[in-house]
Design a protein around this ligand. Structure first.
Ligand SMILES: *Cc1c(COP(=O)(O)O)cnc(C)c1O
Length: 384
């Protein structure tokens, strides 16, 4: 890398920050109980509702995405309650760990990594565990690049049980369709450092009427993550504790950018980025981890070359020319690499990644026909 600050951060979070957002975050500090701060909080909450597809109040926590996962678990469940956790990778497993840690009874529906949850599997699991109080899903499973069919899965839960539907949308909300109210999602959580184009540090949550009832009647203790206190304070256009004010400046600008482009266009852009990436990867003779149908518009997983070439060696070469992609997590370590293409990312960025992949494949002794990946992506681009 020649210039220290010139690189392409293409991991599935944190993601690059648009300059106008960076600039907004450098505004002078203001009081967190000031009228000005309240106006920002109210505006952000309102705009988040459009992205979530809900008329419920959107809440903002100053903490990383996992705090919102934990908040969802401890606000609706008490120790001893039964929950079904659908695990399609690392982040589904994280929900299960939280449920276990708080001594709730955790039933896991383990889906093969790299595949989306099939509604038929879900129906069977619901029949097997008819008394679960909540079902936990990961919308985009970041560790494999799978987008679970949340709309269908949420409907399936409501058709077969009274359980609440809780969705981790950290690595895709702001880039994919979401109609929380219409789809029957009871708690939706997301975070700042993925499709929201912000630094890490904010978690956003919305809660359905049904789930609020459950939360109000849940006697288990909670303090920083008590969602009732966030709702109560949001009615007064503020937060229970000092929010990350600079991130709120940034969030306001992000929501402005998303509104300006229009959510439909944002969603189409991410679909295009996915299709360009997949076409390019295939043209280079590399193997994708997920099917076209199950693949997420925000992150693409590519299989390593087994004994023939190493995805870790490839990542090292990419990083040397300023392109940062992610490796695999847990048992996928060294077996796959992942390209994040969410948020501040456009078609030209995909061409750059593919071009750098071609060069790096050469460097690790796995020559490809130069331009082939880029060309396949360009074909998709011009026909979009
Ligand atoms: C990144 C991510 C999280 C949250 O991680 P934090 O490190 O706590 O911000 C949760 N779920 C998914 C699916 C993620 O991709």
């Amino acid at each position: 890398m020649v210039f220290q600050d010139k690189f392409q951060l293409r991991i599935p979070g944190p993601t690059p920050i648009p300059p106008s957002v960076q600039q907004a975050m450098s505004r002078p500090m203001i009081g967190h109980r000031s009228k000005e701060c309240s106006a920002i909080i109210r505006q952000c909450s309102e705009d988040l509702g459009h992205i979530f597809g809900t008329n419920q109040t959107s809440l903002i926590l100053s903490s990383s995405g996992t705090s919102a996962l934990e908040a969802a678990v401890i606000n609706v469940l008490s120790p001893g309650d039964e929950a079904l956790v659908v695990t399609t990778g690392v982040f589904g497993e994280r929900f299960a760990k939280i449920v276990d840690r708080y001594q709730m009874t955790c039933h896991r529906l383990e889906v093969e990594w790299g595949k989306a949850c099939d509604p038929e599997q879900l129906i069977q699991a619901l029949r097997q565990h008819p008394t679960v109080k909540a079902v936990f899903f990961t919308y985009c499973e970041t560790s494999t690049g799978v987008l679970n069919p949340i709309h269908t899965l949420a409907q399936t839960v409501h058709e077969h049980s009274d359980a609440l539907v809780i969705v981790d949308g950290v690595s895709c909300i702001g880039a994919v369709p979401c109609q929380m109210d219409d789809w029957g999602i009871d708690i939706l959580v997301t975070g700042s450092q993925k499709a929201f184009m912000l630094p890490p540090g904010l978690a956003m949550v919305a809660v359905s009427e049904q789930a609020w009832k459950r939360i109000a009647n849940n006697p288990s203790p909670r303090f920083y993550l008590d969602l009732l206190s966030y709702r109560e304070k949001m009615e007064q256009e503020t937060t229970p504790f000092t929010p990350a004010v600079s991130l709120l400046f940034g969030l306001q600008e992000v929501l402005h950018l998303l509104a300006e482009e229009g959510m439909e266009a944002v969603i189409r852009r991410h679909q295009l980025l996915k299709e360009m990436t997949r076409a390019g990867i295939r043209a280079l003779g590399l193997e994708l981890m997920t099917s076209d149908e199950d693949a997420s518009p925000t992150v693409t997983s590519i299989l390593g070359g087994g004994d023939e070439w190493s995805s870790e060696a490839l990542r090292k070469e990419l990083s040397a020319i300023g392109v940062i992609v992610a490796g695999g997590q847990q048992h996928l370590k060294g077996k796959i690499f992942r390209i994040g293409h969410m948020g501040y990312c456009d078609p030209l960025d995909i061409c750059t990644i593919l071009s750098s992949l071609e060069v790096s494949l050469h460097k690790i002794g796995r020559p490809v026909s130069l331009g082939q990946g880029v060309q396949a992506a360009q074909e998709v681009w011009i026909h979009a």
